[in-house]
Design a protein around this ligand. Structure first.
Ligand SMILES: [Zn+2]
Length: 413
């Protein structure tokens, strides 16, 4: 076990305060800090702070994959750490995006290889052959748009905006019989129409929708106030962008600290604002659908999107508790995430915190401070600090004198 120092990624949508404050560095930071990567992604591996100095986690893993991952994880995933942990701090909305399934990623990667698109090219869609399921746990209040809302509810929203230009589009959602399949067909038809609409049409329709949102917000504190506000914010930033319209079709999700959403392949989503812990399969495969100056490949996005409607509640993973550990249940094989909360009867004495298998663990303290005992050594992690626990260094035991919280990411076998 060694302390792990994350790699900070600066993007325009990041925060000059959240990650700097969390990791105990001067505030405000020189650049907007968007993500803190705790993993072994070749693009920006985290650093182990060893007695001999700093070492890239990727280099340490590369020197001994089987020893670090353990025989079970190594047999299953080979020479790679299958998950990536990020602290994400969004001051502004991210791009509208979706991630492919494994089959789609393999097929897309091979296709782009055949076409000779360099992996580093900004127009490259598939940078690896992996799917990218994501779990986002709010560390502070977190706002997002995710998954297509059931069509009947979206029809209510569009009618509430009272924009006559929207009428033909409401018809596309259809008055077909109820059911997920006809919903999905209507949502596909409407989304496809909007995302492929000529710019002159969007330059009329988007402002009309924004005007409708303004009227809606000024006339009543209605049930769609959050949706209307979000559309206004997105429209101010990206005038004439089809993504502003697409945002009308997605569930508006507000997470309190500790609450989570799980995003499976094909889920259209964007993070709007907040600080969260994101754990995902170790992949860079993103298909964007607007709200970004970056490359948008509409045909490829349409190929991977899942139009099956979902609800906010369905996006939230089930949880169960085992002693001090709250486990977020997801179908992902690459990762498992839990939060260990030490309070009350768990304070002042050592608490066993075994993982369910012998895989490696990444620990991140998010509240208070926790002393972690592993086989090789003992470390005290304060808020914002993390550690790498190789396979053969567990099981761990924890000790806290005052209320503390520690997130654990490990493999999900
Ligand atoms: Zn995503």
């Amino acid at each position: 076990m060694e302390p792990l120092r994350g790699a900070i990624r600066t993007y325009a949508w990041g925060s000059r305060t959240a990650i700097a404050e969390f990791t105990g560095r001067p505030v405000p930071a020189a650049h907007p800090e968007a993500e803190l990567w705790l993993g072994a992604h070749p693009g920006d591996p985290a650093w182990l702070e060893t007695a001999e100095g700093e070492a890239s986690l990727l280099d340490v893993l590369t020197a001994d994959w089987e020893g670090q991952l353990g025989p079970v994880a190594h047999a299953r995933f080979g020479d790679r750490l299958p998950f990536l942990v990020k602290v994400l701090a969004a001051d502004e909305p991210l791009s509208l995006q979706a991630h492919p399934s494994t089959m789609q990623a393999i097929e897309g990667y091979e296709r782009e290889e055949r076409l000779g698109v360099p992996v580093s090219s900004p127009i490259r869609n598939y940078r690896d052959t992996s799917h990218k399921p994501e779990l986002l746990v709010a560390l502070q209040p977190f706002e997002a748009l995710a998954g297509f809302r059931p069509a009947a509810r979206t029809t209510e929203l569009l009618r509430a905006l009272a924009v006559s230009d929207l009428d033909p589009f409401i018809d596309l959602l259809g008055d077909a019989p109820d059911g997920d399949q006809s919903d999905a067909d209507g949502l596909r038809a409407l989304f496809t129409t909007w995302i492929t609409a000529p710019q002159p049409d969007l330059d009329v329709l988007v402002p009309a929708v924004l005007e409708g949102a303004i009227q809606y917000l000024s006339s009543e504190a209605g049930e769609f106030a959050a949706e209307a506000k979000t559309v206004l914010e997105l429209g101010e930033r990206y005038p004439g962008d089809a993504g502003v319209l697409a945002a009308l079709l997605l569930n508006r999700v507000s997470l309190a600290p500790g609450e989570a959403i799980f995003l499976a392949a094909g889920n259209l989503h964007t993070y709007l604002h907040g600080v969260g812990l994101e754990v995902m399969a170790n992949s860079d495969n993103v298909l964007r659908g607007g709200l970004t100056p970056k490359h948008v490949d509409v045909p490829e996005l349409l190929r991977v999107l899942d139009f099956t409607p979902t609800t906010e509640a369905a996006l939230r993973p089930a949880v169960h508790t085992e002693g001090p550990e709250l486990v977020y249940q997801t179908p992902a094989e690459e990762f498992a995430v839990s939060r260990l909360t030490l309070d009350g009867a768990y304070l002042g004495h050592e608490v066993d915190a075994p993982a369910h298998h012998d895989g490696p663990q990444i620990l991140l303290c998010t509240e208070g401070s926790v002393t972690v005992h592993a086989k090789s050594k003992t470390l005290t992690l304060h808020r914002g600090e993390s550690a790498w626990v190789p396979s053969d260094d567990g099981p761990i035991r924890l000790l806290a004198q005052q209320q503390a919280a520690l997130f654990r990411a490990t493999i999900g076998l």
